[in-house]
Write a protein that binds this ligand. Structure first.
Ligand code: PLP
Length: 480
């Protein structure tokens, strides 16, 4: 038996490479990463390919190791050089991410040290960092320090945690669901509907309140609807507002919504996954007045703080409600119980074994300080206003004046179908690839969007985007 164990030990020992081998791998990865960053200005933002990285099937997982050079080559060719490049400053579609470099270092350290960030007992320092970050975000958003929250993988999970908490706090039992009412607008992000479904609330009465000409919830319509629902014996329990919609970056009248929520005793949830961090700017603060009166709030550092993908945050004022909806105990966890110095993420979310994702936020904030983040956010707001004016000079029709850093616009040609023209225009932009834009349809009108939130997007790229659009219009209008 000892013989056999020793033999297996020898065979598995390659899982702990020696210092030279570690250094070799690390150097190669470092070179690859630095080249990737340095080459960004030379590369297209969007690369259409026929095969979509299909060659990857030639490299199945097997018993045999491959050298790092080969692994990186496979990635370069089949992953990093095709499709959309979210690290590029030319990413102006959907809601851009970014990827400030220390995020990667934070992930690296978290992975090497593998600190456990699920329960305070096991990783007191890691959990403390995450809780400090949550309290810091509470202070930015005007929440009390006694609020709780969770560092989740993204805004979708953050919204789910909030909605599940609201459901349980408002005691929506299975037999009550069909009579319970949730209020939102057609402009909420689709992950909210998804979360409602996963929370088992899809048979509740999800009621869409009309929006005004700026795509904000009509508060009077909301109040009338609630009154009539109450008169009909229904149970309104949840109001969902947006602090920056995906289509146009609209901020609902949050202060008015908070009044209504108070009046009718509703849980008031705000989805600020895109817009929330504009609270770091004066303009954003003015637009989002009332956000601090919500019961729960989602904000995405992997959008508004320019981190690489993988961090969305939910903040919830009622700690006990969040715990009641998520805390479970088990015999095999008995050593970890009864530690009350800090809240434990595992008691506040669906996760147990949890990546120490706080480090990917903590390290960039420490290394850069907050000031450049604030400037970058102000810069994005101004670039969007600049685009709003410049794109009209090219003859585009525009949607509402941008409250944040997303806006819609469309070109109406003198002849032919406008929807068709704009569809072709977006195809032109995506085929060109120097910048990436996406589109949306609102009330059957096809609109182009611009979303400026990548930290690498500066004036030069916005000008390039205008140039690409100009060329597109000219090309589409050429007589052929
Ligand atoms: C991106 C986004 C979400 C979803 O968040 P993920 O981080 O992608 O899961 C939700 N709401 C809004 C407004 C968003 O922009």
């Amino acid at each position: 038996m000892i013989e056999k164990i020793k033999k297996l030990e020898r065979q598995s020992s390659s899982l702990e490479p020696n210092a030279d081998d570690r250094l070799h791998w690390q150097r190669k990865v470092e070179q690859y990463a630095f080249k990737f960053i340095d080459d960004l200005p030379l590369k297209k933002t969007y690369i259409q390919t026929e095969d979509g990285g299909k060659e990857l099937i030639n490299y199945p997982i097997s018993d045999h190791p491959i050298p790092i050079e080969k692994a990186l080559h496979i990635l370069e060719k089949n992953v990093d050089n095709i499709g959309l490049n979210p690290a590029s400053g030319g990413h102006l579609g959907y809601i851009p991410g970014g990827g400030v470099f220390p995020t990667a270092l934070g992930d690296y350290l978290a992975a090497v040290t593998n600190r456990y960030a699920g329960i305070y007992f096991g990783g007191p320092g890691a959990v403390r960092i995450e809780n400090m970050l949550i309290r810091w975000m509470c202070s930015i958003m005007g929440y009390p320090e006694t609020a709780s929250g969770n560092l989740a993988s993204g805004g979708s999970i953050g919204n789910l945690i909030a909605i599940v908490t609201a459901r349980d706090f408002k005691k929506i039992e299975p037999q009550d669901i069909s009579n319970s009412v949730i209020y939102l607008t057609s402009q909420v992000h689709h992950c909210v509907q998804k979360a409602i479904r996963i929370a088992g609330l899809h048979r509740a009465q999800t009621t869409y309140i009309p929006v005004d000409e700026n795509f904000k919830m009509d508060v009077n319509a909301l109040r009338e609807q609630i009154k009539s629902d109450v008169a009909d014996g229904k149970k309104p329990f949840l109001l969902i507002g947006s602090a920056g919609t995906t289509d146009v970056g609209a901020v609902d009248p949050l202060n008015d919504l908070a009044d209504v929520a108070e009046e009718f005793n509703l849980w008031f949830h705000v989805d600020g996954a895109y817009g929330g961090f504009f609270m770091l700017t004066e303009q954003g603060k003015a637009r989002m007045k009332g956000i601090e009166r919500s019961d729960s709030l989602v904000i995405d550092p992997h959008k508004g703080l320019f981190l690489s993908y993988g961090l969305g945050v939910v903040l919830i004022k009622n700690v006990q409600a969040q715990k009641d909806a998520h805390q479970y105990q088990a015999n095999y966890m008995q050593d970890a119980l009864n530690d009350t110095a800090e809240l434990s993420p595992a008691d506040l979310s669906p996760e147990l074994t949890k990546h120490f994702r706080g480090l990917r936020l903590w390290l960039p904030l420490q290394l850069f300080g907050l000031a450049p983040f604030k400037s970058a956010l102000d810069e994005k707001l101004m670039l969007t206003q600049y685009f709003y004016h410049e794109v009209q000079k090219l003859g585009f029709e525009v949607g509402p004046f941008p409250e944040l850093s997303v806006m819609i616009y469309r070109y109406v040609p003198t002849k032919g179908d406008a929807n068709d023209f704009n569809k072709k225009l977006i195809q032109h932009v995506q085929h060109d690839g120097r910048v990436f834009l996406s589109s949306t349809t609102i009330d059957e009108k096809y609109w182009l969007r611009i979303a400026i939130l990548a930290f690498r997007t500066h004036l030069e790229i916005v000008d390039l985007c205008l140039q690409v659009l100009k060329e597109g219009i000219e090309k589409l209008q050429e007589p052929n």
